[in-house]
Design a protein around this ligand. Sequence first.
Ligand code: G6P
Length: 372
Amino acid sequence: KAAEKGGYDYFMLKEIADQPDAIAETLLGRLSDRGEIILDEVRLTDQDLRDVDKVFIVACGTSYHAGMVAKYAIEHWTRIPCEVELASEFRYRDPILDRSTLVITISQSGETMDTLMALRHAKEQKARVLAICNTNGSTIPRESDAVLYTHGGPEIAVASTKAFLTQLVACYLIGLHLAQIRGVMYADEVAAVVEKLQSTPDSLRTLLGQMEDVRALARDLKTASTVLFIGRHVGYPVALEGALKLKELAYMHAEGFAAGELKHGPISLIDEGTPVVCVVPSPAGRGVMRDKVVSNIQEVRARGARTIVIAEEGDEGVRAYADHLIPVPSTPTLLAPLMTTVPLQILACEIAAARGLDVDQPRNLAKSVTVE
Ligand code: G6P
């Protein structure tokens, strides 16, 4: 077992460290020399994909959070309406599906019963079904029209880490591919995003080398009674994922919110010293979202919150409002979750370890949930 953990105390820490390689593997062979996306396992014709007029993404748990990020990217790049839904809710609401609907399932294991039942329902309604999956030959890809495997390698720890980042990469590839074949993006625009994707493993290696402060912070937070997470745009699913990780591993109360919703209720939870993790969008571009999140940080701080701020390197303006600043390498806005999620994984893992808990096998949870 010790050898399998590659010198780390837990599988989860090894899997976090494996993420740059896992992303590189998922990208491997998927890009032509001209920067075009090649998805050869997708057994849907280009015409099938051109006919798509609506996308549904269905998944559970961490995979659902990957789907939430994917919605922003797919709608932005392809201009096709895209909805994300918890697999356990999907079929019970009788969603409107037909031949021109593309249903994308996201599942690490490929065996999650809720996701499988959603997929079967979509097929009965004649929708096209595409699986993003990490487990070769598992049930969900076998029953789908097409599959894009995330080549993340086996994930042992119950809490998902590298599977999540590779799912994001797979979603980005699908979004770019759809945009490309539908003529919504020019080849050079696709190539520019692809180049940024290809540089993420290196940026991630740098980030992983700078996590000492996060570990120290984790030891400090181990007795907190609640931890709140806020984010906007793609930072919102990252906030949800950060909170989920903490619940799963440290058995602590944690909640993620869309930063703009604070004023509609959650801000009343803030008390003297309440830790609030804030995921700040990149200041690049017009920086409107970044400025809004910064004012949300000021609001919670004015009410006594202890702010833990994840922001792009060089964004010096946030420093004044951060009790703890966690800088992450610069990335285009839509790709930012590939960076901003990682300190949250480490935070949850280290808090759980500091509380003496079983990081790899949290109580009451299973790696793959094969009951509805
Ligand atoms: C379980 C696991 C989670 C995972 C979820 C979905 O709850 O503990 O880590 O995100 O199932 O699993 P899947 O294999 O479908 O991605």
